[in-house]
Design a protein around this ligand. Structure first.
Ligand code: 6GP
Length: 839
């Protein structure tokens, strides 16, 4: 596969298991001692939480040891001046870390054995770890996968983000509806995987005014501002068996009381605590939006807080190298993960022009060569733009800089398109009273990438066409990937062992070697083992469903899963319509030849997203009806799993037979759950959108089931102003019947409960083509039903999916970023014997 090493291409990376030599006895002794010292308790008296924290603390000690070494190495690198990458992201959805660290450090077997001898089950302790919900969905989880790959590939790559005191809300389902509770991930007062680095705090300034002073040269003086202290918390990111530890640096807003009281010009200190609280609110909570832009001032504060702290920190390190600023782009790459960190562009300009004294032209050249940007969505409602007034008040100096960037950019456009005001207004970074963050990111960086081939294509041809015309060389594609270490090795240990027994362990470092499994696709013994593992994973999930939802599901039924954020474009409603239709058909004919099915749906809806929240209610109402209807003889079950998060995903995905990836074509930038399911042997049922297209190419057309409108068709409809849903309402009796059921009281005693859905389909033009794709979807479900009946065929499909999942490892993606965008000079890329690129 694509191999990237932090060293010479020809020199194999040294692989060491740092603690392979720790004996079980030594572990047991260390464990007992740790427990005494932390809690002054014996094993018998300790709670599961304390036992977990004891184990975590031991693992942390190992990390500290390795990290110290890694930091020394990094100091050396700085002397050798190796290039460092900083991945700026407003979200990092890490998931639990205990298992991953134990695996990476080679400690897992010893710990598991030692604990067992002490009468403790590792699996039970694992459940005690809080899932830090520092992300919403795809974008945040992708950032976490990339950190994992960077460390595994020994790249000098670090994350930069915010340490939210409260993560994304915890979802509870009460009476079928979503209720949001604070995600208090730090409630135990101690998160074992972070290290506070108060000495490295920096100051970030908001508000105030800018005064010009001219003596010789113009100097901008920012005064009467509000200062917040950004305190770093470092989270170690361990590499797989390679002694690498990188850093995810999360910034926390703090106020120094005495200083603040004074800075605010207050003589009365009664307000001081309140003031402190207001400053610290910056890193209080993560915004619960995903592919939606809310435009709240606190969010803008968070964005600036993060980039200012991050860049000050980077430049402080850079200055230690004693190099001229012109060398910055050779030593540092700053990656902007979607537009949330796009203020990195003007902030870098401020630091270089105002603080380092560079000329505008030099600073701009350095900034553009340092920055790169990834777009993660084409949904118009997700495009960030900030009202000029709000922006100017909060960030007066940054506003001036963006203004100047825009002036110069528009002049460049004028030279290209003289007199074409319309075009220039359309592309301007500041227009109609708003600052357009995507345009700022494109103009201020040397690379803009989409996250799947189709998505990048749509960016070039439609959404960002004008920008692509002036900067064609800046646009490129980097199809997303997911870390096979978390999503296969850690999440599905049984499958991982079978793979290793069958083709050896090369796939762990070179996931493309999974291809060697293709030769076993028709091997009866191997097929049987694959099926057996799937069955056992399904039994585990069935138990969880029984516990959480009180629903008995049959592990021999098809597990059909759709887990992701609830969003109209992702079309959970299409899934629901198929279930309603199938239910109806079963009522009419209970002997219908369908294999029993368990439909599993999970995901959070943004707090203010009405119809998404109603969709959750719809799913639960339908579940209530179906699961209690004896007439259909348990042929189908519907389960909504509450509070979908990374750890739940780790149990659900290995147990899935069918992976529902059914967005309206052209709307899903890529998707990443689709890749995780594939890697675990689920068969995709999907539209030809985002990453699904590449999955089909990789797995082979006969190993996935696709249906529905294609992206060009959908885009054509949008250009024409949509289609007429009434045509389908009148021509397809199934559709008519279902829509009526939404509002006739069959699903809910309150007939208005699903009125918004009804209206959106019929009166608001069915923007996401749910009715239009319905017939094709039902037909595709029939194909799934047919293929599953022939277990040989089905297992073969599963194996082909696993075998071709290697290309979707984030190791591949990251190697591409490293080579083509960041040009890590020390990154050696070789594509020997690797995965074939799909298509
Ligand atoms: C998501 C996209 O919706 C998803 O298709 C993609 O796989 C993922 O990003 C990772 O690239 N976008 C977001 O989560 C988001 O908030 C602004 O975009």
């Amino acid at each position: 596969g694509v191999l990237v090493t932090g060293q010479d291409a020809n020199k194999p990376v040294e692989r060491r298991e740092p603690n392979a030599d720790m004996t079980t006895e030594q572990f047991k002794e260390a464990y007992r001692n740790k427990l005494y010292s932390l809690y002054a308790k014996t094993l018998e008296a300790a709670s599961d939480k304390e036992k977990y924290l004891t184990l975590a603390s031991l693992v942390r000690d190992e990390i500290s040891r390795t990290w110290l070494q890694a930091k020394k190495l990094r100091a050396q690198q700085q002397e050798n001046q190796e290039k460092q990458v900083y991945y700026f992201s407003i979200e990092f959805l890490l998931g639990r870390m205990l298992d991953i660290h134990m695996i990476n450090l080679g400690l897992k077997d010893t710990c598991e054995r030692g604990l067992r001898e002490l009468g403790i089950e590792l699996a039970q302790l694992r459940e005690e770890e809080e899932d830090p919900g520092l992300g919403n969905g795809g974008l945040g989880r992708l950032a976490a996968c990339y950190l994992d790959s960077m460390a595994a590939l020994e790249l000098n790559g670090h994350g930069c983000g915010i340490r939210y005191r409260y993560g994304l809300f915890e979802q509870q389902i009460i009476g079928g509806a979503q209720y949001e509770f604070p995600d208090d991930w730090l409630k135990y007062g101690y998160y074992p995987w972070e290290y506070r680095a108060a000495d490295e705090a920096v100051e970030v300034r908001f508000g105030g005014a800018v005064r010009l002073q001219a003596n010789g040269r113009i100097v901008y003086i920012h005064e009467n501002y509000e200062a917040v202290s950004a305190v770093p918390y470092d989270i170690p990111i361990t590499g797989y068996h390679n002694n690498t530890v990188n850093t995810l640096r999360l910034w926390s807003a703090e106020a120094e009381l005495a200083k603040q009281a004074c800075a605010a010009g207050q003589t009365d200190c009664r307000n001081t605590l309140q003031y402190k609280q207001s400053l610290e609110s910056i890193s209080h909570v993560l915004y619960p939006d995903d592919t939606y832009h809310e435009g709240k001032v606190l969010r803008l504060k968070q964005q600036y807080f993060m980039v200012s702290a991050g860049l000050q920190n980077i430049l402080r390190d850079f200055r230690k190298m004693n190099l001229p600023y012109a060398n910055l782009p050779d030593k540092v790459a700053v990656h902007i993960n979607d537009t949330h960190p796009a203020l990195a562009v003007p902030e870098m300009m401020r630091l270089l022009v105002d603080e380092a004294g560079l000329s505008w032209e030099d600073a701009w050249d350095i900034t553009v060569r340092t920055m790169s940007y990834t777009n993660h969505t084409i949904l118009p409602e997700a495009m960030e733009k900030w009202p000029e007034d709000l922006f100017r008040t909060l960030l007066p100096r940054i506003y001036m800089i963006v203004h100047e960037i825009n002036e110069r950019f528009c002049r460049e456009l004028w030279d290209k398109y003289p007199g074409n005001w319309e075009k220039i207004r359309h592309m301007a970074i500041i227009a109609d009273g708003y600052i357009h963050m995507a345009y700022l990111a494109i103009a201020g960086s040397h690379s803009t990438n989409g996250v799947a081939v189709l998505h990048t294509d749509i960016l070039k041809k439609e959404v960002l066409h004008d920008f692509w015309e002036i900067y064609p060389q800046r646009f490129n594609n980097k199809t997303n990937g997911v870390t096979h270490r978390r999503w296969l090795l850690a999440a599905n240990p049984k499958l991982a062992s079978l793979v290793t027994e069958t083709i050896g362990e090369a796939w762990l470092e070179d996931p493309c070697r999974l291809q060697d499994l293709t030769q076993y696709a028709d091997d009866a013994a191997f097929q049987k083992e694959i099926a057996e593992i799937k069955r056992r994973n399904k039994q585990v999930l069935a138990r969880i469903i029984q516990q959480k939802n009180g629903i008995a599901v049959d592990s021999d039924s098809i597990f059909d899963v759709q887990v992701k954020r609830i969003h109209a474009y992702k079309r959970q409603s299409l899934n629901v319509f198929h279930i309603m239709d199938l239910y109806q058909r079963l009522l009419e004919d209970p002997d219908l030849p369908v294999w029993p099915r368990t439909f599993i749906i999970g995901g959070k809806a943004a707090m203010g997203y009405y119809i998404a929240k109603r969709t959750i209610k719809l799913i639960n109402s339908l579940a209530e009806v179906i699961n209690n209807d004896k007439r259909i003889r348990d042929k189908i079950k519907l389960v909504f799993l509450a509070n979908y998060n990374v750890s739940l995903a780790e149990t659900i995905i290995p147990a899935a037979d069918v992976s529902e990836q059914i967005p309206t074509a052209s709307r899903e930038a890529c998707g990443t759950a689709n890749m995780k399911f594939m890697m675990n042997g689920a068969v995709t049922l999907g539209t030809l959108d985002g990453g699904n297209i590449e999955i089909r190419e990789a797995a082979g057309h006969s190993n996935i089931v696709t249906f529905g409108l294609t992206a060009p068709e959908v885009l054509q409809y949008y250009r024409q102003g949509g289609y007429n849903p009434w045509d389908i309402y009148h021509s397809d009796p199934r559709v008519k019947r279902m829509l009526e059921k939404l509002v006739d009281g069959s699903l809910s005693s309150d007939r208005e409960d699903f009125r918004a859905h009804y209206d959106s389909f019929l009166h608001h033009g069915d923007q996401y083509f749910v009715l239009k794709d319905f017939a094709a979807y039902v037909a595709a479900q029939e194909i799934i039903n047919g293929k599953y009946q022939d277990q040989k065929v089905w297992r073969r499909m599963c194996i082909h999916n696993i075998a071709h999942a290697g290309w979707f490892s984030s190791d591949r993606t990251f190697a591409e970023y490293a080579a083509e965008i960041w040009r890590l000079n020390e990154a050696a890329i070789s594509c020997q014997d690797g995965c074939e690129q799909p298509g």
